[in-house]
Design a protein around this ligand. Structure first.
Ligand code: HSE
Length: 399
């Protein structure tokens, strides 16, 4: 019997305590021994509930308890979460985390600390919520050179875009519902501005390409400028607008960026809707693999974290530490990538044909048109032509 501790009792922390209790026997079989919840570290009082007797406020109780083998950090942010993760690792405890900001910004350093102290550092729940994504990428696809990863990596924005496109819901109402359902970050700016997807893209790039990417270097645009007209026109053009995080091998460098895309209906990611996330991985041997599932929410995220707790217990003699790569890798600017583009514009069909020969505009309820360009333009070339059609928005087309 070993103990584990949970740091944080928010959406994920509570879900983790519940899932670990519900599936105690199954998880014991996975871990190789029974696991008992020792402590839940909280910052404030909670109303009486099933885990009341486990709530503590003093981290040193966990740090100094030799029976605690694993600490699950689900606080979020990089302040207390960073300090407690370091202290837990230095105290010889494995750390598992769903905290994408912490992993993206300090993961390599925490992994090094874990290596030094002979314990595991796992973070399956930090990308894709409940989707098994990082283990398949690192282990099941070990025989592949990974060439590209492209994913819908934020449940909140996918929920908002889907609700706007399919139910005609207003942006603010859809965001409010996503917050009520526990999908959004404490400050939803991180979701809607693409920051959360950027952190997840950085983690995927680290693992796939062995280059520790600083999320601050990844060009990032969120969904706040996506208009209802874009969603209407995208449907008329037989596609959907989705926020994608992409990271691709580019010679010795990596190209990574986060921005809204037009996805043609033929691509499986176009039908990943609501809170679901989906991630396409292109490998040299396997071709393209697409993993889909719930990308946010209490129990789905807890599902990933709980499995990490069990793996950390099972691997006490042989710690698991995914390789987050070495710093100093070169990031190529995404603007140089040639793409087809979806364009929303305010002009007649003649102006479209003159600026974008072959493009076939469709007109929506606002009087604006939408069309898809040929595969020839990098962003600077595109921007020169947008003025000629009164371009209002332009998103890359996922090939
Ligand atoms: N706010 C995040 C999302 C939570 O909406 O995807 C899961 O990382």
């Amino acid at each position: 019997m070993v103990k584990y501790a949970i740091l944080g009792f928010g959406v994920v922390g509570r879900g983790l305590a519940e899932v670990m209790a519900d599936q105690r026997e199954k998880l014991a079989a996975a871990a190789g021994e029974d696991m008992e919840l020792g402590y839940i570290l909280v910052r404030h009082d909670y109303p009486a509930g099933p885990f009341q007797d486990k709530l503590i406020r003093d981290f040193s109780l966990i740090e100094n308890d030799p029976s605690v083998a694993v600490v699950a950090e689900v606080i979020g942010g990089t302040d207390a979460a960073y300090e407690y993760s370091r202290r837990a690792l230095m105290a010889g405890k494995s750390v598992v985390s769903s905290n994408k900001q912490l992993v993206a910004e300090h993961g390599a350093e925490l992994a090094a600390l874990a290596r030094e102290h002979g314990v595991s550092y796992l973070f399956e729940g930090s990308v894709g919520g409940g989707i098994p994504l990082l283990r398949p990428l690192c282990r099941c696809l070990a025989a592949n050179r990974i060439d590209e990863i492209c994913g819908i990596l934020n449940g909140t924005t996918n929920y908002i875009l889907t609700a706007m496109a399919q139910k005609g819901q207003a942006y603010a109402d859809a965001l409010k519902t996503a917050q009520q359902l526990g999908y959004a970050e404490a400050d939803p700016t991180a979701d809607v501005e693409g920051i959360d997807a950027c952190r997840k893209t950085a983690i995927l790039a680290d693992l796939a390409f062995g280059v520790n990417v600083d999320p601050a270097d990844i060009p990032t645009r969120g969904i706040t400028a996506v208009a209802p007209a874009d969603l209407e026109l995208a449907q008329a053009l037989d596609g959907a607008v989705k926020l994608l995080g992409r990271a691709a091998r580019a010679g010795e460098a990596v190209c990574a960026f986060v921005e809204p895309h037009f996805i043609p209906q033929g691509h499986i990611l176009a039908s990943v809707n609501g809170v679901m996330n989906g991630c396409a991985i292109r490998g040299s041997a396997v071709g393209e693999v697409v993993l889909c599932g719930p990308g946010a929410g209490s129990h789905p995220t807890a599902s990933a974290v709980a499995a990490d707790v069990a793996d950390a217990v099972r691997h006490r003699a042989d710690p698991m530490i995914p390789d987050l790569g070495a710093p100093g890798g070169r990031l190529l600017p995404a603007d140089e990538l040639c793409s087809r583009w979806y364009v929303r514009a305010q002009c007649g069909p003649e102006a479209v044909s003159a600026a974008f020969p072959g493009a076939e505009p469709v007109y929506g309820s606002t009087g604006e048109c939408g069309f898809v360009t040929a595969a020839m333009l990098d962003r600077r070339q595109l921007e020169k032509k947008l003025a000629a059609v009164n371009g209002r928005a332009a998103y890359r087309v996922l090939a």
